[in-house]
Design a protein around this ligand. Sequence first.
Ligand code: PBG
Ligand code: ZN
Length: 320
Amino acid sequence: MNIFDNIDNFIFPIFIYENETTFRNSLKLEYLNDSKVFIKNISKFIQSLVDLKIYNMLIFGIPKSRNSLGTSSYGKNGIAQKSIKRIKENFGDKINIISDVCLCQYNTSGHCGIYRNNGGGKKTDLNNMDTLIDNDKTLKILGKISLSLSESGTDYIAPSSMMDGQVLYLKKILENNNFNNVKIMSYSSKHNSCLYSPFRSNNFFQSNLIDKSLYQNSYHNFRESVREIILDIDEGADWVMIKPSFWYMDIVKELKTFIEKPLVVQNVSGEYALIKAAAEKKWLDETEWCILSLLSLRRAGADKIISYFIFKLLKKILDK
Ligand code: PBG
Ligand code: ZN
């Protein structure tokens, strides 16, 4: 098995920044810098991916401003919407755009939904579950986001907030608005995990205080993880996804014995950071570790892999 027999099995995550200062400051953190781009440079950046034959991308917009309800997530001129339009104008259908659908980069709480009391919440006490997330109010906003992304030309929407019924709800909205061609990659089994911390420290306020265990899956419960995938397939997801990846291969392997939809895994920021940091210390060979770990995901049964590694990896291999 060669992981590069089909580069199309890989999806590269990219963060598109609307504000230049935010972008520059984020580069100082160093984590995930290959994946960051300032909106003005988007075409050049995408071209560098195309040069490596990377055509599938998962897009996250990082807006210049946030508010309690995260309203910049669905504006016609929102960061993700602008970016999709520009990419499609310049590259057409050569690029397969998968767009993240969530609120946590856009609201002030950093939670994936909105607080029950209309976005207020006790800002200093984000772990207080009295300030519960309002599932159905969040769905309405996810619907607005999904429509605006579809109008901009996205190929897939990727709902990642783990609200109940999100796939069914969004599928209906797409159908009712004649976007039957827009597909859904669902973050079906997204586990509550410390492995997201490099991502969060780049993109969220008060990242260390956030507890998403109310709506993300517990990593203690194998059956729940499997069930969430089946539910999303029943609700109409085109691709289903498990996240994080390395320590979740038992779930991948189990599901591959009976599901038919493409199964995607997301190799998340913490998994990237572990290998990256050790490689910088020269404790291991980055290329070798990347290849063996990504290959093991394919062996377990992952059809597609979202990974921050692939840019550097392909560059290295092709430059040889
Ligand atoms: C939230 C979101 C997360 C990631 C991307 N979007 C997880 C979270 O904050 O709970 C993590 C990605 C990564 O760590 O690479 N919708
Ligand atoms: Zn989120």
